[in-house]
Write a protein that binds this ligand. Structure first.
Ligand SMILES: *Cc1c(COP(=O)(O)O)cnc(C)c1O
Length: 481
C-alpha cells in the first residue's frame, strides 16, 4: 500500500491560523516561468494516518530494538540511548568545521582524549579519527604502510600484503585499492595462520600482513607473537583488523603482541548502531614509528591549547575535515561511562556469552573448531544439509522464531558456515531462547526438512533475490509496499 493510495482530498495533518495580513499574489513572489502548471499530487492525510503508516512500515524490519540479532562479525549489540542524547547536545551538534580553533576547544579536547583512550586500548601511540568506516581505516593503514616503505627507499620492492584465507573480504579489497598485491595465506587445523607456510611466503617483497585476532572464526591465534616476528624480521609491518574489538578490551592489547597499526570500528564496538547505513567511524591507531605518516590533521595539545596539526610526512587527508564527529562523541561517552573496568567486563561477558551458546549448540550442529572461542563462533550446517536443509534454510527458519539470522556462508573456509555473535548486552534468557530455537530447527531438519525449505512463513516478505536487492535497490516511495 502506498501513502498516495490512502490519500483523501481535503484531509489535513495541520490547521494554520487565519491569515491576518494582506495576501501577496503568488505571481509576484515567483516568476511565472517557474510556476507549476499542474498540482504536485502529494498525498492528503491526517497526522495519525501518517504516523501509523510509517510506524507499520518500520515494524516490517528486524532490528536490535525488536529482537535478538546474533549477526557474526557485526557486533549488533544494544547501544545505550543516552549516548545519542549526548551527541545531540547543541555544543556538539551545532559547531562548524570551519570555526576558529579557539572556539571549539571542547570538541578538540574530546577528540584528543578519545585518541588517547583508543591508543590505550590498542597499546599503540597515536590515533587518526578521520576514516569513516572499517574498510576506510584499512585503506588508510595500508597507505601508511606504503608511505613508510617509500620513505625508507623500499617502496618499489615491497609490494605484497599477506592476508589469511579467513579474513574479512574488505582486507584483500583494501590491499588491492592501496596498490598492493594481496597474497592469501592458508589456515592451519586449529583455525590460525599456518606459520610454516608464512615463513616460506615472506621476503624482501613483503610490505606487511593483515590479521584479525580473534579471527573471523572467533578464535585467538596463539602464534601471534611468532607471526609478528616473522613479518618484522622480513622487514614488513603488521596491520590489525580490530573491527570487532569486543573480545579484547582491557584483556590484550594488539600493540603488545607486535602490531604496528590497528583500526577499530566505532560503529560496532563503541556504541554507534551498525547496519542502518548511517555514518560510521573507523579510526586507526599507529605505533610511535608511524605517527609522522598519519592523515592530516591530528589533534595535539601544546601551550595549554588543542590544535589541529599536519603530521610531518602525512599521507594527506582521507576524509573532509576530521571525520564523523558525532560518532566520536558517542564512543567517548561510552568509554567514559564504562571506564577501564567496565570495558573489560564488556569483553568478558561477550566471550562468556559466545562460549555458553557454542557449548549449548555443539551437539546439534557440527562445530569445526572445537576450542574456546572469543566473542563469536562458527558452526557448520553440513549435517543438516545432508538431511535436505541448507544453512540458508536454517537462517530463514530462524526469522519465524523472531530472531535475526546469524551471518551465513562466511568465513569462506567453513562449509555451510553459521557465524554467531551473541554480544554482551543479551540476557541468559534471550540466549536460552535462541538455543531452544536452534535445537528445534535441528529437529525439524530431521523430521521435516521441507518446513525449513519453505521458511520463512511469518515475515512480510519471504525469499528475496538478495543480490538484486543489494545491487538494484528501489529507494523511491514506489518501494513502500
Ligand atoms: C565489519 C568488518 C570490517 C569492515 O568494516 P566496515 O565499517 O563495514 O567497512 C572489516 N573487518 C572485519 C573483521 C569486520 O567485521
Amino acid at each position: 500500500m502506498l501513502l498516495l493510495d490512502l490519500s483523501v482530498p481535503g484531509r489535513r495533518g495541520y490547521v494554520l491560523p487565519e491569515l491576518d495580513v494582506e495576501e501577496t499574489p503568488i505571481e509576484e513572489l515567483i516568476p511565472e516561468a517557474y510556476l507549476r502548471e499542474s498540482d504536485l499530487g502529494l498525498p492528503e492525510l491526517t497526522e495519525p494516518e501518517v504516523v501509523r503508516y510509517f510506524t507499520q512500515l518500520s515494524r516490517k524490519n528486524h532490528g536490535v530494538d525488536v529482537g535478538f540479532y546474533p549477526l557474526g562479525s557485526c557486533t549488533m549489540k544494544y547501544n545505550p540511548r543516552v549516548n545519542e542524547d549526548i551527541a545531540a547536545m547543541p555544543g556538539f551538534s551545532r559547531i562548524h568545521p570551519r570555526q576558529p580553533e579557539s572556539t571549539v576547544q571542547g570538541a578538540l579536547q574530546l577528540m584528543y582524549e578519545l585518541d588517547g583512550y583508543l591508543a590505550e586500548i590498542s597499546g599503540l601511540a597515536k590515533t587518526s579519527l578521520q576514516p569513516a568506516a572499517g574498510a576506510h581505516g584499512e585503506l588508510t593503514g595500508l597507505l601508511i604502510i606504503k608511505a613508510y616503505h617509500e620513505f625508507s627507499g623500499e617502496g618499489r620492492q615491497r609490494r605484497e600484503i599477506i592476508i589469511p584465507d579467513s579474513a574479512h573480504g574488505t582486507n584483500p579489497a583494501s590491499a588491492q585499492m592501496a596498490g598492493f598485491i594481496a597474497r592469501e595465506i592458508s589456515s592451519n587445523s586449529r583455525g590460525g595462520v599456518d606459520v610454516e607456510a608464512l615463513r616460506e611466503m615472506v621476503g624482501p617483497q613483503t610490505a606487511g600482513l593483515m590479521l584479525t585476532n580473534p579471527n573471523t572464526l572467533g578464535l585467538f591465534d596463539e602464534n601471534v607473537e611468532t607471526i609478528a616476528k616473522i613479518i618484522h624480521d622480513a622487514g614488513g609491518l603488521l596491520y590489525y583488523d580490530g573491527a570487532n574489538a569486543n573480545a579484547i578490551m582491557g584483556i590484550v592489547r594488539p600493540g603488545d603482541t607486535g602490531f604496528d597499526i590497528v583500526h577499530f570500528n566505532l560503529h560496532k564496538t563503541f556504541s554507534t548502531p551498525h547496519g542502518g547505513g548511517g555514518p560510521g567511524s573507523g579510526p586507526i591507531v599507529v605505533s610511535e614509528a608511524l605517527v609522522d605518516f598519519l592523515p592530516d590533521p591530528i589533534v595535539e595539545y601544546t601551550d595549554g591549547k588543542y590544535h589541529l596539526v599536519r603530521p610531518k610526512h602525512s599521507i594527506g587527508p582521507v576524509k573532509a575535515f576530521y571525520g564523523n564527529f558525532a560518532v566520536m562523541v558517542k564512543a567517548y561517552a561510552y568509554i567514559r561511562h564504562l571506564g577501564a573496568a567496565g570495558l573489560k567486563r564488556v569483553s568478558e561477558n561477550a566471550v562468556l556469552n559466545a562460549n555458553y551458546v557454542m557449548n549449548q549448540l555443539k551437539q546439534d550442529y557440527y562445530l569445526p573448531y572445537d576450542r574456546i572461542c572469543m566473542h563469536e563462533f562458527v558452526l557448520s550446517g553440513k549435517r543438516q544439509k545432508e538431511l535436505g536443509a541448507t544453512t540458508l534454510d536454517i537462517a530463514k527458519r530462524l526469522l519465524d522464531y523472531g530472531v535475526h539470522a546469524p551471518t551465513i556462508y562466511f568465513p569462506l573456509i567453513v562449509d555451510e558456515a553459521i557465524m554467531v555473535e551473541p554480544t554482551e548486552t543479551e540476557s541468559k534468557a534471550t540466549l536460552d531462547a535462541f538455543v531452544e530455537a536452534m535445537r528445534e530447527i535441528a529437529q525439524e531438519a530431521k523430521d521435516d526438512p521441507e518446513k525449513l525449505r519453505s521458511a520463512p512463513t511469518r515475515t512480510p516478505v519471504v525469499r528475496l533475490d538478495e543480490t538484486k536487492a543489494a545491487r538494484n535497490p528501489i529507494l523511491t516511495r514506489k518501494a513502500l509496499v
